[in-house]
Write a protein that binds this ligand. Structure first.
Ligand SMILES: C[S@@+](CC[C@H](N)C(=O)[O-])C[C@H]1O[C@@H](n2cnc3c(N)ncnc32)[C@H](O)[C@@H]1O
Length: 371
């Protein structure tokens, strides 16, 4: 018979309270499979292993719902979790060390009577956006098979594919030789075990020779690039074919068509102001444009994904996996969520958007650029 550890012993070893373990059991996160003769919960080895993963993700700041998604992911085994946790912890350690160094530096300067400028003070925390929000990403961001098919078809017969701004690799095509490029260490650490090799670089400066890939792809990333046109030209330089999934930032029609930005989050307009239009982006590399429809049950939780499932935006973990919500700031976010919640309860949302329930897919300005 398999050996079990009692709830008290597990709590003692893991330095958590028995109450915490009871709570994890009640919410289905870590459920012991046995009871002792006296009726105490008892954990088998596999359950202890799962608890270890849960506690490690918790220590890294993940919420319980996100952790449930992570530990229930059928594509990630215990070894893959260990690799991912190791990467995230090393990243956290490096960031803490860098912050300590910066603080020491500032203390020395203050001791010498030198004041640091506001810019210098903020540099200590000036992480790239995805260094901050990346850990929340896997909860809802995954491959949407219908959109993936469209992207992969656009890659044609390319055998070698460069995926720029690859994140966790949701749209990396199977059956081809993929190389990923991703500047965020947090995102790189979240790539599943066995994912394509990943290089630390940015789209604007790709460390590859001219024409070294059959195709280069970029999915839902160029709106983060400092210079998307330079990045697209870089992709064109290193690959014979370029496929980019993005949205038209300048399309007022798009913002007005999507009820979330139109009625609840008008801040999005200011956020995208000044970005090159999709026509300008396409012209920079001689690309043609192909519309991408968003299925009503889209599996990838990007900003527009829940256009027919408005309740989803009330969920914290849904919002945390989309950079827009972090960029607009907590005040705008709270206002939008409060108003949406009230409109859903009163029926006002349904009254304003009667046409959506009958749609299976929506055209909200998402485009493939194919060159
Ligand atoms: C919304 S995520 C998309 C990730 C992935 N392509 C996917 O579809 O799941 C955006 C990614 O772009 C990356 N990124 C940000 N700036 C970048 C740049 N200048 N060059 C390349 N990637 C960048 C971020 O770190 C992040 O991983």
């Amino acid at each position: 018979m398999e050996e079990h550890l009692t709830v008290g012993r597990v709590a003692e070893l893991a330095a958590v309270s028995v109450r915490t373990l009871h709570h994890y059991d009640e919410i289905g996160l870590v459920q012991p499979s046995a009871r002792t003769a006296a009726g105490y919960r008892a954990y088998a080895a596999g359950e202890v292993e799962r608890l270890r993963e849960v506690l490690a993700y918790r220590r890294l700041g993940f919420g319980l719902r996100e952790i449930a998604d992570l530990v229930d992911d059928p594509n990630t085994d215990a070894v893959a979790h260990l690799h991912r946790l190791r990467g995230l912890l090393l990243e956290q350690r490096d960031r803490a060390a860098a912050t300590v160094t910066a603080i020491d530096h500032e203390l020395e300067r203050r001791a010498m009577g030198i004041r640091t400028t506001p810019e210098e003070q903020l540099k200590v925390f000036g992480a790239e956006l995805y260094e901050v929000i990346g850990s929340a990403y896997p909860a809802t961001r995954r491959t949407e098979p219908r959109i993936a098919e469209q992207v992969w078809a656009a890659l044609g017969d390319a055998r070698t594919v460069l995926n720029v701004g690859a994140g966790t690799g949701s749209y990396e095509p199977p059956g081809r030789e993929v190389t990923a490029v991703e500047p965020s260490a947090v995102m790189r650490a979240l790539r599943p075990a066995g994912a394509a090799p990943c290089v630390d670089a940015s789209g604007e400066r790709l460390p590859f020779a001219d024409q070294s890939f059959d195709a280069a792809m970029a999915f839902s990333t160029i709106h983060h690039w400092q210079d998307p046109i330079a990045g697209l030209r870089e992709m064109r330089r290193v690959a014979r074919r370029v496929v980019v999934f993005t949205h038209d930032a300048s399309d007022v029609g798009w913002r007005n068509r999507f009820w979330l930005s139109r009625d609840y989050l008008p801040e999005v307009a200011a956020m995208v102001a000044g970005r090159p239009s999709v026509d300008r982006l396409a012209a920079a590399i001689g690309a043609r444009l192909e519309p991408v429809l968003i299925p009503w049950d889209c599996a990838d939780g990007f900003f527009e994904a829940y256009w027919r499932r408005p309740e989803a935006y009330l969920e914290e973990h849904v919002r945390r996996a989309v950079s827009v919500w972090t960029r607009v700031g907590p005040e705008a976010e709270q206002r939008a969520v409060t108003n949406l919640r009230a409109d859903l309860a009163s029926g006002r949302w349904a009254d304003r958007n009667p046409e959506l329930v009958a749609l299976d897919a929506a055209e909200l300005g998402l485009r493939l650029l194919i060159a």
